[in-house]
Each structure stands twice: as C-alpha cells, then as structure tokens.
Design a protein around this ligand. Structure first.
Ligand code: MLT
Ligand code: MN
Ligand code: ZN
Length: 306
C-alpha cells in the first residue's frame, strides 16, 4: 500500500497564523531549521489502485490536494481520487475541510463513529449545513474492531478502535467522554497483509491499543507535544496535553518509552505535531534523541510504502 501524509501538523498548522513561539517565529524568519506543515491528514491506497481513502479533512485540504496530484485525476469534467473520507474525531482540524469539498457532484462518502456523527450534527452541525450542498452518504465506523472496507478503495481493509483522547470543545459531552469520540485505525493491505496503525490523537495506550501497535508494520501516532506542560510553560494555555487528549513524548510512560518497546523492524512515525513541539526544529536535542531511537517525524508529502 501507499500511504501519503498530506498534513503532519496538529490544529493551527506550522507556523500557526498568530503564533510567535520559537518554532513559528523561527521558521518564518529562517532562524530555525524546520519545514512548514499543514494540518492533520493522510491518504492511502493499495499499490496500483486508482482511488484513495482520505483520513480527516483538514482546513488545509485544498492546498493539500493541489500539492498531491494523484488526488485529482482527470477522468471526467469533475473528478477526484478521494473515494471515501474517514474521520478520526470531530475536531476542527479534522473536519473543517468537509466544507471545502462541498462542490462534489454526489453525496460525500463519509465514515465516522456515532458520537462524531452526533457532534457534527449538533454542537458543530456541519453535516447539516452540507445537506444544502452535496450532502453526506454517512457510514458508521464500527469500534468493536470489526473490519470494514470502502467501496471503490480497492485492496485495503480498515479496523477501528475507540481510544482515550478528547471530544471537541463543542461536543455536548466534552467533559463526559464516550467510546468513539476518538479512534485509532489499523489499515491492512489485503495482498501483502502489511498493516499500519494510525492514531493522531492518543492520550493513553490501553491494552487493545498496544496490541494494535505491536501487530503493525508501521505506527503513525500522536506527536502533538514533547512535554505534557508544553503549552503552559510557554504561557499559551492553562491546559496540559493530557487534558486535551494527547500523550506527551518525553517523561515516564511517555510515547518514547512505548515506542522503545516495539521491535526495531516497526516503522515509528510521530504525526499531528503541534507547532510548539521542539522536534520540529531539525537541530534540536529532542530531534536528535528521536533520531537515535529510530523514530521519524512526519512531514507533508511523506510516503510510506508497505
Ligand atoms: C486537538 O487535537 O487537541 C484539537 O484538534 C485541538 C484544536 O482544536 O486545534
Ligand atoms: Mn487535533
Ligand atoms: Zn507556534
């Protein structure tokens, strides 16, 4: 299979429009060696297949499509290589791009869990707004691990699991999490049996999540924050990463320790990286530590072929 990172940054992107943190200011003026990144999305297809599954629709989706030609084939007067859209949660950075795809001629083929469907029909009723444009052909993502496929996305199968992370601020149950607010997905290539585990928002590695990570040939997991108090120490927020559903990389029980337990042969990639995270600075101590541990930092355009 061919997996392409369309956007490797967390909400806000990198640099963020109004941010003057060291990374954002530095990438703008060239004093920090780093690459800008758009907001959180990947796409995947089987080798040789025509069409793609898109995971998340970021506010940057139009830029991402412009930068990745295979999503825009020319088979008809209006055409797209996106045959199905899967949402990992109902957050702004993963859903706002649905508005940008409203010119679609047919209903938008959308896979999401019941809690995400409810949030996007109530607290942030964007699916109701879309009914005035192309409309949505909504499919339920099962969270019991049963496999599903997307018609037209040949050769790959998906299996989702509920995760501990956080529902969007406008969710009617923001402070009362329910299974399915956030998911992780195992993507399997039917021909080779190779698997990727994708979880851009992950607050806790529960047993079923760890099992999926161990079974995968590549993991693309939450790379939002290096330290749990990153936003607090920069004076940017009163919330810890763990408060908003993200497990930090450093520290006891952090993502680096978990990734260190996986076999050397597993490809380990951090994704959904917040603009404050020092790993974005290619000359940072933190980036060197990732390199030493065999952990990669996702970037826009990164391809993973399995
Ligand atoms: C998150 O991943 O925690 C959210 O997307 C944050 C945001 O709203 O940008
Ligand atoms: Mn996010
Ligand atoms: Zn910043």
């Amino acid at each position: 299979m061919q997996l392409v990172v369309l956007g490797a940054a967390a909400g806000g992107g990198f640099p963020q429009w109004n941010c003057n943190c060291r990374n954002c200011a530095g990438v703008r003026d060239g004093s920090v060696r780093a690459t800008p990144r758009t907001q959180s999305s990947i796409c995947v297809r089987a080798d040789g297949a025509a069409d793609w599954a898109l995971f998340n629709t970021s506010p940057d989706i139009l830029q991402q499509i412009k930068q990745f030609r295979p999503l825009q084939p020319g088979r008809a007067i209006r055409d797209t290589g996106i045959r199905g859209i899967v949402l990992m949660d109902g957050q702004v950075d993963h859903t706002t791009g649905l508005y940008m795809l409203r010119e679609r001629g047919e209903k938008m083929p959308l896979w999401c869990t019941d809690p995400v469907f409810e949030d996007l029909s109530s607290g942030n009723p964007l699916l109701r707004v879309l009914e005035h444009f192309c409309g949505v052909d909504r499919h339920t993502v099962p969270i019991d691990g049963s496999r599903f496929s997307i018609p037209g996305v040949a050769g790959i199968t998906f299996a989702a699991m509920a995760l501990k992370s956080a529902a969007a601020p406008y969710s009617p149950h923001r402070n009362d999490p329910v299974p399915g607010d956030n998911i992780g997905v195992t993507i399997t290539d039917n021909a080779s049996g190779k698997r990727v585990f994708y979880a851009p928002g992950l607050a806790e590695i529960e047993a079923h999540v760890w099992q999926a990570m161990q079974a995968a040939d590549a993991v693309l997991v939450d790379g939002t924050f290096w330290t749990d108090d990153e936003m607090i120490s920069l004076g940017l927020s009163k919330k810890r990463g763990s408060d908003i559903g993200h497990l930090a990389q450093s520290g006891t029980g952090g993502m680096l320790e978990w990734l260190g337990e996986l076999p050397d042969s597993t490809r380990k990639v951090l994704i959904h990286i917040n603009n404050t995270n020092p790993i974005l600075d290619e000359d940072s101590r933190e980036r060197a530590e990732l390199h030493a541990r065999g952990i990669e930092v996702a970037y826009d355009g990164m391809e993973i072929c399995l």
